[in-house]
Design a protein around this ligand. Structure first.
Ligand SMILES: CC(C)(COP(=O)(O)OP(=O)(O)OC[C@H]1O[C@@H](n2cnc3c(N)ncnc32)[C@H](O)[C@@H]1OP(=O)(O)O)[C@@H](O)C(=O)NCCC(=O)NCCS
Length: 194
């Protein structure tokens, strides 16, 4: 099943497998210090960093180990970011969502659109029961995205990460399948904006 990672479509986006041709577009956002800082990775210094990352992702696809999609703008065929599920446990039917995008495309609802699609895919096609996400407490845009898709704040993982040269707290959010189903039902009955 994992080897068959499908292309998913939303109104404005195509979520597809990453490929080596994404190196330049990936470098454009992954080298941005603010994005790297909020996304908890070290900024890329050259296209070689993209190529290395993409090689690992593609090897992961071949082994059936990775759920990672390029976020591509349909009307421009431009790769603007990435979204994926990590730290998954099939036994416990849970996974952790992660994402980042090029700042030129922020504030247009695009990541919210992508996240909703991956949550739908996770519950419908991957039989997940719980999708969680973590972010820095100061990452207000990410927190807003998670709230907009119906995730609930669970608490703070104290001093959970050391990526930025110091221990940082992370906020933990999650949505359960039954909550997602309820939101879908309410949307069908026009009582919530999911
Ligand atoms: C987080 C991120 C993916 C959001 O992408 P995006 O396409 O701009 O997201 P959306 O447009 O769907 O939603 C962003 C929301 O945050 C809000 N927002 C953005 N900056 C904000 C700020 N400084 N204060 C309050 N709200 C803010 C936007 O107004 C929008 O909410 P709204 O629709 O209610 O107006 C993007 O900022 C990013 O790539 N950040 C760096 C990497 C990262 O943080 N990854 C997540 C790590 S867990």
């Amino acid at each position: 099943m994992l080897k068959q990672l499908p292309t998913l479509e939303t109104k404005r986006l195509r979520l597809r497998k990453l490929c080596m041709q994404d190196a330049v577009d990936m470098y454009e956002y992954a080298s941005d210090p603010e994005i790297a800082n909020l996304g908890l990775w070290l900024p890329f210094h050259s296209i070689e960093d993209s190529l290395k990352d993409l090689t690992e992702v593609i090897e992961g696809y071949d082994k059936g180990e990775i759920f990672a999609w390029a976020i591509e703008l349909k009307n421009a065929n431009k790769m603007i970011g990435r979204i994926g599920l990590g730290d998954y446990s099939l036994k416990n039917a849970r996974a952790e969502l992660g994402y980042a995008s090029n700042r030129r495309y922020w504030g247009k609802g695009l990541m919210t659109e992508a996240v909703k699609q991956i949550i739908d895919f996770s519950f419908i096609n991957l039989a997940m029961n719980r999708i969680e996400a973590v972010c820095l407490p100061e990452n207000v845009a990410s927190i807003r995205v998670l709230e907009k898709v119906g995730m609930q704040f669970e608490g703070v993982k104290r001093e959970y990460t050391f990526v930025r040269g110091k221990f940082d707290d992370l906020n933990l959010y999650s949505i359960l399948k039954r909550e997602w189903q309820e939101a879908k039902t309410n949307f069908a009955n026009k009582t919530t904006p999911y």
